[in-house]
Design a protein around this ligand. Structure first.
Ligand SMILES: [Zn+2]
Length: 143
């Protein structure tokens, strides 16, 4: 006995739904409030619970070939650059690390780790908040 076409389609649909429930990381959040929650969650706890569109601009091949790749990729996935972009669209860069300091504090890094991160930014030409976006984030994203 074989299943009719209609039934097979229904089963396929159901299987797809189940699969999406089991692998929610495949879904990309669209809702602004949910995106904001996910960003805060990643900043503070470092845990990713869903995908957002920003994740897709990460270029693994590019990012893995640069110096300090692990640290910079961790900062990308924990939304450091995303939040810095947000802050820079609201406040002008005053050519210090003022905004980066705020974000790294929110991420609960100690002073020692923060200094290490700022040294890495400087090594890559990121000598202030806006330069971090132009010279450091740009090495991790895009083509
Ligand atoms: Zn600047």
């Amino acid at each position: 006995m074989s299943l009719g076409n209609g039934k097979r389609t229904a089963n396929t649909e159901r299987w797809r739904e189940l699969r999406e429930q089991l692998t929610p990381d495949k879904a990309v959040l669209k809702d602004k409030k949910l995106i904001r929650e996910e960003v805060n969650h990643r900043l503070v706890s470092g845990l990713q619970t869903a995908n957002i569109e920003y994740d897709s601009i990460y270029n693994e091949e590019k990012a893995s070939s640069i110096k300090d790749s692990d640290l910079l990729s961790m900062l990308f996935h924990r939304m450091f650059f995303y939040r810095l972009n947000e802050k820079l669209s609201a406040f002008e860069c005053d050519h210090t690390f003022h905004l980066s300091d705020q974000i790294l504090t929110q991420m609960q890094f100690g002073r020692g780790k923060m200094n290490e991160i700022l040294e890495v930014f400087k090594r890559h030409g990121g000598d202030c908040d806006c330069e971090i976006i132009f010279k450091v984030e740009s090495q991790l994203i895009g083509k």
